[in-house]
Design a protein around this ligand. Structure first.
Ligand SMILES: *Cc1c(COP(=O)(O)O)cnc(C)c1O
Length: 371
């Protein structure tokens, strides 16, 4: 049996007529950049997040960057985030000329360890970016409390967590501002690049809207230096169709994660995602990540069984060459370093079948018995 890591074609096949119609409409109307399809999608996505404003942009990275700029992040400022995230979280900070400051994560949730957050805050700290990694919300209440105490803003990196809920509230509406990605493999994926800023703050929304399109408003009047971060009309149209199915797809992911957890329960040496607190941290399982000491051997074995796996992510940001100027070394963030040397992402997507999950779990047991 073949188990791919992701099957974007299967998803397209399930909604082909609707998608094809939406694409054709954009071409017929020639509204290729922003336009009515993007505006409709912004309204619907804001509603989906239970927030007031959504601003469509052309990547999650752009969304993070503009959100930080709208919060007033400048060179000399410090922005706090975690070292175990996609590098874009840190890049967005660097694009503002500011410095990323890392806080280690919790060993089981893989999200920011708020007990280590306060010691990183100082007079230069402008923003905190908790990352809802793998689709699981970070502990937003604690982060918001500390931010309030020190008069700092908070930006949710929700690029992996469309539809996730923390204490029954949707991510995207849990703090000052948030950023989403519609990279094709995300829970809500475009047919190309895409991203979104979500906020309840009218001023921040206005600033982001200006910044995404050359600081232009009204036409030919450029009040600030902006960017070309506009969303394509085609992506807006496609995402609008797909948004209708997102709740259903997220539920399917959660079901798959439950099956994995049940079938892999009790295998010695394997750490599973925690699910016992899902009434508070309602993950949408963008990724299903287990931990194991001997991961390369497991990955090779699964590869030989036609099962694809991934690593998200292999190296913490403080040890990447791009950030060597920060002067951080191995041992500075021991939990992130340990987790990142042991994690393996197993296939998870809405169309994955129960038979495929059983086959993956049986294969893992076979590997375990053979080692
Ligand atoms: C995907 C992702 C991003 C970047 O999004 P792009 O759309 O690829 O620019 C940022 N942060 C996290 C956590 C992500 O997973």
């Amino acid at each position: 049996m073949k188990v791919p890591f992701l099957d974007l074609k299967a998803q397209y096949d399930s909604i082909k007529p609707e998608i094809d119609k939406a694409i054709k409409e954009v071409i017929d109307n020639t509204a290729f950049v922003l336009g009515p399809s993007v505006q409709r999608f912004e309204e619907n996505f804001a509603e989906f997040c239970n927030a007031k404003y959504a601003i469509g942009v052309n990547s999650g990275t752009a969304a993070l960057h503009l959100a930080l700029l709208s919060l007033g992040v400048e060179p000399e400022d410090e922005v706090i985030t975690v070292p175990n995230t996609f590098i874009a979280t840190a890049e967005a900070i660097s694009h503002c000329g500011a410095t990323p400051i890392f806080v280690d994560v919790n060993e089981y949730t893989y999200t920011m360890d708020y007990t280590k957050l306060e010691e990183k805050i100082n007079s230069k700290t402008k923003v905190i970016i908790p990352v809802h990694l793998y689709g699981r919300p970070a502990d937003m209440e604690r982060v918001n409390e500390l931010a309030k105490k020190y008069n700092i803003k908070v930006l949710e990196d929700a690029c992996q967590a469309h539809g996730a809920e923390y204490k029954n509230e949707r991510v995207g509406s849990l703090t000052d501002i948030s950023a989403f990605s519609f990279y094709p493999g995300k829970n809500l994926g475009a047919y190309g690049e895409g991203g979104m800023i979500v906020t309840n703050d009218k001023e921040l929304a206005k600033k982001c809207k200006l910044l995404r399109a050359h600081g232009e408003y009204p036409k030919n009047i450029h009040s600030i230096i902006g960017y070309n971060y506009r969303m394509d009309g085609m992506q807006g149209a496609i995402l609008n169709v797909k948004l209708k199915y997102l709740n259903q797809w997220n539920e399917a992911r959660k079901d798959k994660a439950k099956i994995y957890n049940k079938l892999l329960d009790g295998i010695e040496g394997i750490t599973l995602p925690i699910m016992y607190d899902d009434d508070i941290y309602d993950s949408v399982f963008h990724l299903y990540v287990i931990r194991i000491k001997d991961r390369e051997s497991l990955r090779e074995f699964l590869q030989s069984k036609d099962i694809a796996t991934g690593i998200h992510y292999e190296f913490p940001i403080h040890l990447q060459g791009a950030y060597k100027n920060l002067g951080l070394v191995e041992g500075d963030y021991p939990i992130s370093e340990k987790c990142m040397s042991e994690i393996v992402s197993l296939p998870i997507f809405p169309e994955l079948t129960e038979e495929q999950i059983e086959y993956v779990c049986e294969s893992i047991k076979e590997w375990k018995n053979g080692t």
